[in-house]
Write a protein that binds this ligand. Structure first.
Ligand code: B12
Length: 229
């Protein structure tokens, strides 16, 4: 299944087909799976393992919610997808039991997984608090950034503004995983979107400036943004 608000469903579908071909029974929950839906599925199916796919860096805070829900029931969680780094840092920081890079890795990995795991400890660092607060307020923050940039009216404004929630979600993920590379990657990604959509560089600079102003109350987020500039 996918993380909440994650629509990239193909990897999870491929994973399902691969495991079923290998003789496993899989309950495919689909895209955009809420924590409540996962809790119900765990109660219904009593799974050996929960597999979570995330393609977006902005999904990592939601993946953490799934890790909390599954491990609270003692079920191990294996994560994978483009949102994760190959070295497994992000997966470890959000408390996943294991990470797999490819469906073919899974058979060996599943055999070695513990049958039950303890509930993950709450993340209580200041950076994690900022991450959860920022994630909860992404809608209003995105609206303010959008209005501020739209007032300038530079070429390509509309093409960029629909990406702001993903940028803020990625910033929350960087805080939660203490991985500034996520901000660097997101910055490069948005700049590339701007170039591909023929936005003026002044408009791009205005988007980054509005985002930086908007996160003034999140000192660690601000620090990460400054570091990636
Ligand atoms: C198709 C696609 C979409 C489609 C998805 C349609 C659908 N129903 O699936 C649509 C148009 C909806 C979409 C939307 C968006 N997308 Co998109 N999308 C893609 C694209 C082109 C392909 C994704 C895909 O299917 N890949 C094929 C799969 C099979 O490969 P894979 O993900 O690498 O998975 C393999 C492994 O990673 C592994 N694996 C994956 N998960 C798991 C889990 C476990 C447990 C295990 C063991 C293994 C495993 O196994 C898979 C098979 O080998 C990618 C770019 C790309 N080329 O990958 C961007 C991409 C993922 N999207 C991106 C973005 C930013 C977005 C949007 C935010 C854009 C926007 N603002 O509108 C939205 C977000 C929507 C949302 N809330 O989810 C970025 C993500 C950047 C980032 N670092 O976060 C990407 C990388 C493109 C880019 N470079 O800009 N997208």
């Amino acid at each position: 299944m996918c993380a909440e608000r994650e629509w990239h469903a193909l990897p999870a579908l491929m994973l399902t087909a691969h495991l079923e071909n290998g003789g496993h029974t899989v309950a495919y929950l689909g895209a955009d799976v809420s924590t409540l839906a996962l809790q119900r599925a765990i109660a219904d199916h009593e799974p050996r393992v929960v597999l979570v796919s995330a393609s977006l860096s902005s999904s990592l805070v939601f993946v953490r919610r799934h890790v909390e829900a599954a491990t609270a029931s003692g079920v191990p969680v294996v994560v994978g997808g483009a949102a994760f780094d190959a070295a497994g840092l992000r997966a470890r920081r959000i408390g996943a039991t294991a990470q797999a890079l490819d469906p073919t890795d899974l058979h060996t990995l599943l055999a070695a997984l513990p049958r039950r795991v303890p509930a993950v400890a709450p993340l209580r660092t200041e950076a994690a608090r900022e991450a959860f607060a920022l994630q909860a307020a992404i809608g209003p923050h995105s609206d303010v950034v959008t209005q501020r940039v739209a007032r300038q009216g530079g070429a390509g404004t509309t093409a960029l503004l629909d990406q702001v929630p993903h940028v803020l979600g990625s910033l929350a993920a960087a805080l939660l995983t203490d991985d500034p590379d996520i901000v660097v990657e997101t910055r490069a990604w948005l700049d590339a979107v701007g170039v591909a959509r023929h936005c003026e560089s002044a408009t791009l600079a205005e988007v980054w400036s509005a985002i930086t102003t908007q996160v003034a109350d999140y000192p660690r987020a601000r620090h990460m943004l400054d570091g990636a500039a």
